[in-house]
Design a binder for this molecule. Structure first.
Ligand SMILES: [Zn+2]
Length: 259
């Protein structure tokens, strides 16, 4: 009887140990398996997990190549209503990301989308007239039904960008996953007045590559100093998905009515 109890106890310990290990490993697998280089690079994303299948089978994937000529022009307005938010700089293992407090939104195609977060890619994901730019900023919005709208902004070398500097100042503290600052940041500073936008239907540029994303990429790049750009490159020299097939998608150029 005693030995049977002991056996049960050993079995229980064994089960607990392995179930805990499974959970820990399982977490790692789902959050960190995909990457930009090596055996889990973008051309393999669709095979890594059944949830990522759209990455290889989707026909409306992002990013795409954008050119300023031969576009369908449309007069419309993208309205930006952003408030400053407390600045917390996150390094999530794939990108540098800043989460946004509720209350900031954009109106795109007469629909309201709340700004959730913004993050950066180096170099740019979309190309502009055949060329990659130094960086690309993604302002990620979501409406009440879960539909996503991303405003993309190219960043290239030029004048110092004081808003970007607020973030790049914290990137040198590499061992920290998160830097909680006493500053606020206002994403509306990234958007120039009367900007024109490349507008098309696409996807998330990271797994699961879901195709429920309305893209509005600003035609005029934003400038930042070489030093600011270098701070991002030191952490992520390559976190951009390659260009995807445009297939038969239409890219419109939205010209703001007020311009
Ligand atoms: Zn992005």
């Amino acid at each position: 009887m005693e030995s049977r109890k002991l056996l049960q106890l050993i079995l229980l310990c064994f089960l607990l140990t392995f179930s805990t290990m499974y959970v820990v490993l399982g977490e790692n697998v789902t959050t960190n398996r995909w990457s930009y280089e090596g055996e889990n690079s973008p051309d393999r994303w669709g095979e890594i997990d059944t949830k990522y299948k759209t990455c290889s089978t989707g026909l409306s994937q992002s990013p795409i190549s954008l050119t300023s000529s031969n576009l369908v022009r449309k007069e419309a307005e993208i309205e930006i209503h952003y408030q400053p938010t407390p600045l917390v700089v996150n390094n999530n293992g794939h990108s540098i990301e800043v989460n946004y407090q509720p209350g900031s939104y954009a109106i795109i195609n007469n629909k309201e989308y709340e700004l959730k977060q913004f993050h950066f890619h180096t170099p740019s994901e979309h190309t502009l007239n055949g060329e990659k730019r130094d960086m690309e900023l993604h302002l990620v919005h979501q409406d009440k039904e879960g539909k996503i709208a991303v405003i993309g902004i190219f960043i290239e070398e030029g004048e110092t960008n004081l808003t970007l500097a607020k973030i790049s100042d914290y990137l040198s503290i590499r061992e920290r996953k998160q830097a909680v600052t006493e500053n606020t940041i206002d994403a509306s500073n990234f958007i120039t007045e009367n900007a024109s936008y490349f507008h098309y239907q696409g996807s998330l540029t990271t797994p699961p590559c879901s195709e429920n994303v309305i893209w509005s990429v600003v035609q005029e790049p934003l400038e930042a100093s070489r030093q600011e750009i270098e701070e991002f490159i030191k952490l992520y020299s390559m976190n951009a998905r390659p260009i995807q097939q445009r297939n038969n998608r239409i890219v419109e150029l939205i010209i703001n009515q007020s311009s």
